[in-house]
Design a protein around this ligand. Structure first.
Ligand code: PMP
Length: 364
């Protein structure tokens, strides 16, 4: 394969429920490793999928309807919206469309692995700026990093896995420091959880203050509970950027089930509001309980918590697997003792806490 590909670190998607069941023999599996939505999709999704089988013989064609529904909700022209087979696919399409070998890409670390992997696969030189020890974006270091020529700035807000949020003024300052032709990508996979905070910035408004190309990424995988169907979308600064990405798009890149389910999810907004609200409440309760156990827990605006123990993260994750609990350990330099746990249903969170307590403070 190409040398860029041979050098890539593999994406760590973690173990599946079935693999944990068979390898660790746990009866109850508590899957808190992938930031999924434990409340599932809105009831309107089931209604939207009724009769799906009648449509599966045809190539999917509800994409225009879905783009129109998103355009109305987002107050954007449909020509500025791109659908993807998960926002993951759009991240890859961005790299394939914009990154030449040697191009500089600025991002953060720890971060969502594909922001780095897809750029490196195209031969991009990734400059990943570490978060501060307080688990916040390191604005001065980011400002410095974007002062040397770069092709793409990409980061998630709120960050995954750290959970921190870049506020409006910091975003404004960072974007203003970028060269005018650099593409800015703000991955808002967890937007629906962060929007409860009054200080969550409206990235599109800030991006529009300057004449430059940008993309904001969103997904139906988290707040809308459709991770298994793989559908996400991008909002672009102008139709030309969507058109460029469209040229390398696989025809029919989103399937009919995903398109119909996403339309249903947009009808079931009350369900989404309710489930994200409950998750945010549960997150803060879980944080309190983890802090009472003496753990360092980063502030989070997503549906997950990033926390540190005094043991290597791989050992803690492995010990949790013996209790049937799946979380995600970090291993990058500086974060070897950090793990990410997704916020689940109350009984799932309780099982996670009980397992962690048994591992960290075993009864004598
Ligand atoms: N961006 C971020 C920051 C994520 O955390 C994830 C999923 N973990 C994605 C993108 C990909 O989401 P999707 O399911 O839409 O491909």
């Amino acid at each position: 394969c190409r040398p860029e590909v041979a050098q890539l670190a593999p994406y760590n998607a973690g173990l599946s429920t079935e693999a944990v069941r068979s390898r660790y023999g746990a009866e109850t599996i508590t899957k808190l490793g992938s930031n999924e939505n434990p409340y599932g999709p809105a009831p309107a999704v089931a209604a939207a999928l009724q009769g799906l089988v009648k449509q599966v013989a045809l190539y999917p064609e509800a994409d225009q309807k879905l783009k129109a529904a998103l355009a109305a909700r987002l107050h954007e022209p449909a020509s500025c919206i791109l659908l993807g087979n998960g926002s993951e696919q759009i991240i890859r399409m961005i790299a394939e469309t914009y990154i030449n070998p040697g191009d500089r890409v600025v991002t953060v670390v720890p971060s969502f692995g594909l922001h780095i992997i897809t750029a490196e696969a195209m031969g991009g030189q990734v400059d990943a700026i570490p978060m501060t020890p307080a688990c916040t974006f390191d604005l001065p270091a980011l400002m410095k990093a974007v002062s040397t020529p770069l092709k793409v700035l990409i980061f998630a807000n709120p960050s995954n896995p750290v959970g921190c949020m870049m506020k409006a003024d910091d975003m404004r300052a960072l974007f203003a420091a970028c060269p005018p032709d650099c593409l800015i990508v703000v991955d808002e996979a967890y937007y629906e959880y962060a929007r409860f905070d009054a200080t969550y910035p409206d990235a599109r408004t800030i991006l529009r203050e300057q004449e430059r190309p940008w993309l904001v990424l969103r997904t139906f995988s988290k707040a809308y509970g459709l991770a298994g169907l793989r559908i996400g979308y991008a909002i672009g600064s102008d139709p030309a950027i969507i058109d460029s990405l469209g040229r390398i798009r696989d025809p029919f890149n989103t399937n009919i089930a995903a398109q119909l389910a996403a339309l249903g999810a947009l009808e079931g907004l009350e369900h989404m509001d309710h489930s994200t609200g409950r998750t945010v409440e549960a997150r803060e309760k879980l944080r309190g309980e983890m802090e009472r156990m003496g753990l360092t827990v980063a502030p989070s605006y997503g549906n997950f918590l990033f926390f540190r123990t005094d043991r290597p993260s791989g050992d803690i994750a492995e010990a949790l697997l013996h209790h049937g609990v799946i979380v995600k350990p970090w291993k990058e330099a500086g974060y070897t003792h950090w793990l990410r746990v997704s916020v689940g249903l109350p009984d799932e969170n309780a099982r996670f806490l009980a397992a962690l307590q048994a591992i960290l403070h075993p009864a004598p």
